[in-house]
Design a protein around this ligand. Structure first.
Ligand code: AMP
Length: 281
């Protein structure tokens, strides 16, 4: 049976009962509405640890649009049955008051990561992510913590956080899990109509097209003019398509195999904001 906890005190009591100090703990933080992407993180953690802990918490401080927070899908019962099927050992389901018991004036600054791509389009988002992940790491005290490459810039933020503040945890990045169509699994896909899911394929298709053009020696300027034309004749809107260094998020105009580059895209379909990326080889 999966153990359900709601407070840090319950986590401590659970750890005491299982002699935590003798165990390796893997931790998968999520906002719920679990899908194959989340399941892949749980499976990886189970392979590499004695106990796997998952948290489900729709973190208000990382939403820069109140509407996005209100409409974020919430399916705790389905989530619990997925976690049970995957063999997750413990799930942490805190209330907002538990995570934000006191007013929190702490501001984290992730430098350039806050000024480009997601940082630019979602002001304050990474401060909220950094705060909640720091709190979770203190409460759950894992040996390894698992994040998806789906949120590539978030991974860079978390690495800066854990390295910069010396959290004794190993950060593991797991590949993007996609539907057969190429659409990246996302909790927000649940808000799309069947038609919207078809329209959303443009994000992955644009990444693949841009990737091929980069390998053919084209500049991002040329590529963007093609991709903008594609979006103009679609029912989706493009916020950004950038070629970046996957750690620093320095922006490039052309392919360089020595620069650990990734292509990142964001935009909207049916008022749902979606992001995706691919790492170049
Ligand atoms: P979320 O619940 O959206 O905050 O996601 C929780 C974790 O699952 C994050 O580390 C995400 O990057 C990861 N994740 C979400 N979607 C995918 C996916 N399609 N493939 C791999 N990991 C994912």
């Amino acid at each position: 049976m999966i153990k359900i906890t709601y407070t840090p005190e319950e986590i401590k009591a659970y750890y005491k009962g299982v002699a935590r100090e003798k165990l390796k703990i893997g931790f998968v933080p999520t906002m719920g509405s679990l899908h194959e992407g989340h399941a892949s993180l749980i499976r990886r953690s189970k392979q590499e640890n004695d106990l796997t802990v998952c948290s489900i918490f729709v973190n208000p401080t990382q939403f820069n649009q109140p509407d996005d927070f209100d409409k974020y899908p919430r399916n705790t019962n389905d989530d619990l049955s997925i976690l049970t099927d995957e063999g997750c050992d413990m799930v942490f389901l805190p209330e907002t008051e538990t995570m934000y018991a006191t007013a929190n004036p702490i501001k984290l600054n992730f430098g350039q990561l806050e000024t480009v791509l997601e940082g630019k389009f979602r002001p304050g988002h990474f401060n909220g992510v950094g705060l909640i992940v720091a709190k979770f790491l203190n409460m759950v005290d894992p040996d390894k913590v698992y994040f998806g490459q789906k949120d590539l810039q978030q991974v860079a933020v978390i690495r800066m956080l854990t390295n910069g503040l010396s959290f004794p945890v190993q950060v593991i990045t797991c590949p993007v899990i996609r539907e057969e169509s190429g659409l990246a699994h996302s909790s927000r896909n649940a808000r799309l109509s069947d038609n919207g899911r078809q329209k959303a394929l443009i994000f992955h298709q644009s990444l693949k097209k841009a990737e091929k053009m980069l390998y053919d020696g084209e500049s991002m300027q040329t590529i963007l003019s093609h991709i903008n034309d594609d979006f103009d004749t679609s029912d989706a809107s493009l916020e950004y398509l950038n070629l970046v260094n996957a750690n620093s998020f320095d922006i490039y105009q052309s392919y360089d195999e020595t620069k650990n580059q990734a292509l990142c895209i964001a935009g909207q379909v049916e008022d749902v904001r979606l992001i995706d990326n691919i790492i170049l080889v």
